[in-house]
Design a protein around this ligand. Structure first.
Ligand SMILES: Cc1cc2nc3c(=O)[nH]c(=O)nc-3n(C[C@H](O)[C@H](O)[C@H](O)COP(=O)(O)O)c2cc1C
Length: 175
């Protein structure tokens, strides 16, 4: 249990990655851990899609950056070689909660496996577009899903991880 607490405290977002791909074993470890995420009524509602090919990663990066007004030269996915896309089941009342919690599991499991990770937002915007919907169809993601976020994965490069901010002193009210 101590290890779990240490992992929770020491996980940080990584925003610079080495170019080499993570191993299949590391990827499966992280993905398998994610399937143990608690979900509302145990419905296991999220859908995950793993992307590792350079052309699709670039397409996702450009699409994601477009919602911040970025051009194709700026990479909101920080050159990470693996992206785990998390989709939300819109027919399940807890769908968004389930998917957000799964993002948390993915990031913690990545850290515990020695990988860097980061939550990349704007998944809903990305997959509400015709381009995004086309990708979902190609991957076989059912229509009832919408995008939530992307968990990028890779080996951290130097300078990719910043020191954490101190924790808010008024985070907790003991009533
Ligand atoms: C809902 C959510 C959205 C986030 N979106 C982004 C994002 O789009 N790009 C990014 O670089 N980091 C994103 N992050 C990462 C946060 O910026 C990061 O978790 C926060 O600054 C704390 O740093 P730490 O993860 O290193 O502890 C997001 C995190 C969350 C939980």
């Amino acid at each position: 249990m101590k290890e779990t607490l240490t992992d929770i405290r020491t996980r940080r977002s990584c925003r610079k990655y080495r170019p080499e791909q993570i191993t299949e074993e590391e990827l499966s470890t992280v993905l398998e851990a994610a399937t143990w995420t608690p979900t509302g009524r145990g419905m296991q509602s999220p859908q995950l899609v793993v992307v590792q090919d350079a052309a699709t990663l670039k397409q996702l990066s450009v699409l994601n950056g477009s919602f911040m007004g970025w051009g194709p030269d700026k990479d909101p996915m920080y050159g990470a070689p693996t992206a785990v896309l998390v989709f939300t089941d819109t027919t399940i009342p807890t769908g968004r909660d389930d998917s957000a919690l799964m993002m948390g599991t993915l990031m913690l499991a990545a850290h515990s496996t020695g990988l860097g990770s980061c939550w990349i937002n704007r998944g809903k915007e990305m997959f509400d577009t015709a381009e995004g919907r086309e990708l979902m169809q190609k991957w076989g993601v059912a229509d009832k899903y919408e995008g939530l976020a992307i968990c990028i994965l890779g080996y951290p490069a130097e300078g990719g991880i910043l020191a954490p901010k101190p924790r808010r002193e008024d985070y907790i009210i003991r009533a």
